[in-house]
Each structure stands twice: as C-alpha cells, then as structure tokens.
Design a protein around this ligand. Sequence first.
Ligand code: ZN
Length: 313
Amino acid sequence: MTEITGIHHVTAIAGDPQQNLDFYTGVLGMRLVKRSVNQDDPGTYHLFYADAEGHPGSDLTFFPWTHLAPSRQGVGLTVEVPLTVPAGSLGYWSERLAHYGVAVGEAQPRFGEKTLEFRDPHGLELSLVESDDPRDFAPWQSSPVPEAQQIRGIHGAKAYQRELAPTARFLTEVLGLKLLAQEGGWHRFGISGAGSHFDILEVPNAPRGQWGVGSVHHVAWRVADTDAELRVRARVAAAGRRPTEIIDRFWFKSVYFMEPGGVLFELATDGPGFAVDEDPTALGEQLILPPWLEPQRAQIEAVLPPLKLAHPA
Ligand code: ZN
C-alpha cells in the first residue's frame, strides 16, 4: 500500500509563453487554471493547464524560459508526457492536430492502449492515449474541444535511464509503486488506476539528457495531505535522496528530490487547490502571486510579457 495516489502534475520548459498558451488552450483545449510566476524566478511565468477545476492529476504546467537552448534528450530526463483522452476520440484528435499543422502519424498500440504521438510548438514530446479508466474530471465549457473528446489529464510520464535497477528499486521500495507491465524494453511502474504510469527504458550508452526548451522539468507525485507527504519524505530521506523541506506552493505543498537516475521528482498535496485564491469561474484570467511576492507585483508585471487569452475554434 502506497501513499502516492498517482501523478499530481508534470512541469515542462516552454519557449514563447503566448505560443505556449495558444497551443494548450486553443489547440489542445485545456483550461489555463493559473497564471502565476516561477516562485524561484519571478520574472518568468508559471502557466498551469488542466481540466476546468484543476483537479490534481489533470495538470500540465510550464516555465517559459525563452533564453534556454533546446533540450537534449538522454538519460535522467523525462522524455514524453502522455495525456489521457476518452476511448474512441483519437480520430477526432488526428484531424484536429493536422488542421493546426501539427505533424501526426498513425495511432499505435502501447501497453494495449491506442496512442498518438506528436510534439508541441517548442519540441516537447506529447502523446494522447485512449483510456476510460475512471478519474476526477470537470469538463471546461468554454473549450474549443467538445466535452466528449477533452483531455482528461496526465496519463503518465516516460523516462530514459542509464540503469534500470536503482530507479526501479526506488520506485517500488521507497515510493511504493509496482512494476505493472513490460513491453518493447519499456518497464511500466505505477499504481492501478488512471494517471499513475511511469515508464522507463534502459539505454546504457545514451548521453545524459539536458534541460532546455521542450523538456520536462519535473514530475510531481500526488499525496493526500502533508501528513502523508511527511511519511513519504521520511522514506525518501532514509534512502539518501536528500529531499527538501515542505515548500508552500500555495495551491499545494511540495517536497523535491532527485530519484537515483537523476529525474527531478516532487511530492505535491491534493489541496488546497487552484480555487483558494481566485473565483473558480475566472481561473487564469489575472496574474496571481503568492502573498510573499505581492509587494513586488509592480516590478514583476513590468518584466513579464503581455499574455492574451484566446480560444480559436
Ligand atoms: Zn511542480
């Protein structure tokens, strides 16, 4: 029995924030549920895309660091973010993505699930995976994508590792995940249920991956509350992974550490959620700063590029 209940969110590095916003809201039809800043680098946005209510597990977030070089794929880096879509919807998605000029191939089976691979405008590898596994989901009524086809949330994450064994031991013995399946060299870890898969391919001779535009920055795992978070944190510390103290991210509470293969992980609590500081009907429309950054609002707003919410049909 693990206290981790799935993936909470995945955070990636984008280029131009307006292009990022236009793609995730306008093409993929996700909702911008929080427009904030990187709390360690407040001159950079932190943009959160999710379902209408920002349920834990539905959330893909970005730091638009336009000055960074493109990422280099390799070991110790998460290489793809699979997103869940309803069974039977990939025909719709293939046409929609092609309409917006996104290169898509044929859908392929992966672990028995129909999967469509593509990239976002800044090179981040994404896939849409058909699954009707039950999960918390609130449709976004203003999405350009009909409710029946809307993205349900994060399906999992995929990473390359130089050595499988140390990460496999960490995932199973410290985080309490299970080895669920193997296919084509990929090892799937997770818990049963939606949005919890972490797939690893061992590539012993690949170079170390490098963060940059188009790469995943970290994968956050869900815990119910700070009590559960502290218990997992203690196991991570006992395994020598030097977790941070609990950091208040305002919409959730976070702990960060590196797993043995070098992927940055986070633990994040389910609450209090994105409606704690905004009217749920107006999420994402205003720049929201955590209270300790409010005194610097004028300086922060002066350096952030303007962002316009648009919803192309
Ligand atoms: Zn995070």
